[in-house]
Design a protein around this ligand. Structure first.
Ligand code: SF4
Length: 727
């Protein structure tokens, strides 16, 4: 028995590993602690979705003599077809069988059940050239159909990206979870135990650690914990991660300790290394950090190990060694460009910073460490980690899973990526704040940024203020425009049902969303209904936000989601369908002229928002401010030469990474640019300061700086070649 085994319990995403074990593995190996890792979600799915797995599954369903709806019993009749195609489908989703797409997309190859009904609406999305996408989408539907029949029969807890999620949602008491855990093993549980047991065959670990990020991972972790306790009683078991950090901060029910020995809170590096030392060398008074244990029939939080967290600058790169990177599945289950990024492709996951630099939004868990403790990593270190990960995984895609990546840290990272010439693709979550100028957006795009996600929430000035979101609708529109012009996709998180939100504010907010899509400023969005949590300012102080907490009654286990009443607001729940219908249409570029009240099955007020509000924001031409002190003017990966045009004004020819750009300008301006060409370069050791450069350029062409910035040739230079960036 030796070392630590870190497992991701079923199920998170299937396209890429959840990063927590890789982070911890990197740290533990740096501390010379022996550590292995695995993803039980991927293991479970690959064990189920193979010919023998499906054959056993269908046998078990037949044996169970379940009463099935028509569509599912047809699947059973068609079992031979599923069993013969499953290996090909999995191989295709693992990007190992490219040409199969043609056969799949032609239809008639894969068995089709209930989920394929959505194909009718989606055919248009793929067109005649989207063969690979269409095939990937169809394979995802095929797996969803299989998940449906499993859930309806021998694996009621199973879902493609979750396991037993319903059990752990608002689980104020541990009793229902215990009841499910003590029930006889169902078919999927048996497969889960089989794949988990393989990690124990040769060398059981001294400490088994589960990361439980979401409610949909709790049941799987405890089920395996139960088996380990019975079969390998000397192995100690711990779990930590997002679920414990948010939901178990008031844990008092000892029941969960029949399945695990310890639960840690917040960042895992110090707690798990301290725990390993204790487990391998037990003492009566252990030095532990933020670790729950069961002692004398009660739960104790031990925090005897003093000292701070590992500084971000001291953390090594995540270590993915041991995870089967090549075996993940690139799913594509909703034809939406942003959703696709989440589920398709193997992204290396990292963070630019710990926590959120804003930490004010009143609906957010700002009182918790993972949001409230902000600490940034320097750009050079992030780039070092990126290089390490590229070497390790062979993947050059990065998803920075920040709560809200700081714009200036993104700028520094982009510059570092460009300086090192890293060929990477990346995306992250942001706040729509005005620091994202069009220049910064272009810089981010030049470094490989392809998408951003961010919260617009309720597009209402009153509610944005009440939420302390710190953004305005105009600001969001401008930032989105900057990203779009730079070719970066934008996804917005939208919210409805914030305390005191009226019906009028709901339709007004929808009208803004309509305009953002009509103006092509946003490509994707999703509505979430406001959820009141114990750790958010609203949950901590409901009176201030005029809501009434109505439950649930805490019974010793999870405490996070709160039931609430909103006496002055609308009946929020009933707007859900209409909002989603409208959004679906806008995302597909449709129904911009359709009166939006008609998306609701009941009377709603007409929007009071001006129908051209968003486009009016852009009527004013934005020019460079001539007093931008502390800014640099530069170009990126560009060279310049004289053009061959012979008429009145000379022309300069700029060789940009993706095209050649010709700009005519006065001879004096062209000479100035050619003389300073080496200093315009991003990598120049003598960068050009913006205000001074503008002044000198003006002197050469005989114009004042405010006149220079309104010249057509200057405006084109700024639009196509030059960047002005702070710092
Ligand atoms: S909602 Fe986002 S921006 Fe607001 S505090 Fe939370 S993490 Fe930060």
């Amino acid at each position: 028995m030796s070392g630590i085994l870190l497992l991701i319990p079923p199920l998170t995403q299937l396209n890429t590993p959840y990063p927590a074990t890789a982070y911890l593995t990197g740290y533990l190996r740096q501390e010379a602690i022996e550590c292995r890792q695995g993803d039980l979600g991927l293991d479970l799915v690959l064990e189920l979705f193979q010919p023998k797995g499906l054959s056993d599954l269908f046998d078990a369903i037949e044996l169970g003599a379940f009463e099935l709806p028509h569509a599912l019993s047809n699947m059973l009749r068609n079992r031979a077809s599923y069993e013969s195609t499953i290996s090909a489908v999995i191989g295709f989703l693992q990007n190992k069988n490219y040409t199969l797409a043609y056969r799949i997309a032609a239809r008639g190859y894969l068995p089709e059940a209930e989920r394929f009904k959505t194909m009718r609406d989606s055919e248009l999305f793929f067109g005649s050239n989207g063969i690979q996408d269409k095939a990937r989408f169809m394979c995802s539907l095929y797996l969803e159909d299989l998940a449906d029949i499993i859930q309806a029969t021998v694996g009621p807890h199973f879902g493609i990206a979750r396991y037993g999620e319903r059990l752990a949602r608002t689980a104020v008491s541990f009793d229902p979870i215990r009841e499910a855990l003590e029930a006889p093993l169902n078919f999927v549980d048996q497969v889960l135990i089989r794949v988990a047991s393989r990690y124990f065959e040769n060398d059981p670990p001294a400490l088994l650690g589960f990361t439980v990020p979401f409610p949909g991972n709790l049941y799987g972790a405890l089920k395996v914990g139960q088996w380990v306790k019975k079969n390998y009683p000397e192995t100690r078991i711990v779990f930590g991660g997002g679920y414990a950090n948010t939901e178990l901060r008031e844990l008092s029910d000892t029941g969960v300790f029949d399945y695990v020995d310890y639960i840690t809170l917040d960042d895992g590096e110090i707690p798990i290394s301290a725990l390993f030392r204790h487990v391998t060398n037990p003492t009566a008074n252990p030095l532990l950090k933020r670790t729950y244990v069961k002692q004398a029939d009660s739960v104790r939080l031990i925090n005897t190990l003093l000292g701070s967290e590992v500084p971000q600058g001291k953390l090594p790169a995540p270590d993915y060694e041991g995870l089967r990177i090549r075996d993940y599945l690139s799913m594509f289950d909703i034809p939406n460009p942003m959703h696709r990024l989440w589920n398709d492709g193997r992204w290396n996951k990292m963070t630019i910073a710990h926590g959120c630099y804003w930490k004010k939004c009143s609906f957010c868990d700002v009182s918790l460490d993972y949001i409230g403790r902000f600490e940034q990593s320097p750009a050079h270190l992030l780039a070092d980690r990126m290089e390490t990960l590229i070497n390790q995984t062979g993947e050059t895609g990065f998803h920075f899973v920040d709560e809200a990546a700081p714009p200036l840290a993104m700028r520094d990272l982009a510059l570092e990526i460009l300086r090192r010439g890293l060929q990477v693709t990346w995306w992250t979550n942001i706040r729509f704040e005005k620091t994202f100028t069009p220049d910064l957006c272009k810089l981010l795009a030049a470094s490989g940024c392809v998408a951003v996600t961010g919260g617009l929430e309720v597009a209402s000035p009153r509610l944005l203020d009440l939420m302390e979101k710190g953004i305005t609708i105009e600001q969001v529109a401008r930032v989105c425009k900057g990203f779009n012009e730079a070719g970066i996709l934008v996804h917005c998180y939208l919210m409805y049902g914030f305390p005191t939100q009226t019906a009028q504010e709901t339709v007004d907010s929808l009208e803004i969303v309509r305009q953002l899509f009509e103006e092509k400023l946003v490509q994707s969005a999703f509505w979430h209904q406001f959820a009141m949590t114990v750790h958010s300012p609203v949950g901590l102080n409901p009176e201030k936000y005029k809501v009434i907490r109505t439950g649930p009654v805490f019974k010793g286990f999870a405490n996070n989601d709160l039931y609430h009443e909103d006496p002055t607001g609308a009946d929020h729940e009933k707007y859900s369908d209409g909002l989603k219908k409208a959004l679906y249409n806008y995302m597909h570029g449709k129904a911009f002229d359709f009166p939006l009240q008609k998306f609701f099955a009941f009377p709603v007020p007409k929007p009071l928002t001006h129908p051209k509000l968003v486009s009016k924001f852009f009527k004013r031409l934005v020019r460079d401010e001539i007093d931008w002190i502390g800014y640099r003017i530069m170009w990126i990966h560009t060279s310049v030469q004289r053009g061959t045009k012979q008429n009145s004004e000379p022309e300069l020819l700029f060789v940009l990474p993706s095209r050649i750009c010709r700009i005519s300008m006065p001879a004096a301006a062209a000479d100035f640019i050619l003389e300073h060409a080496h200093r315009f370069d991003l990598l120049s050791p003598e960068p050009l300061e913006f205000v001074q450069t503008l002044q000198r350029l003006g002197e050469r062409v005989g114009l004042r700086p405010e006149e220079v910035v309104s010249q057509d040739w200057y405006i084109r230079l700024r639009k196509e070649v030059l960047f002005v960036l702070k710092g």
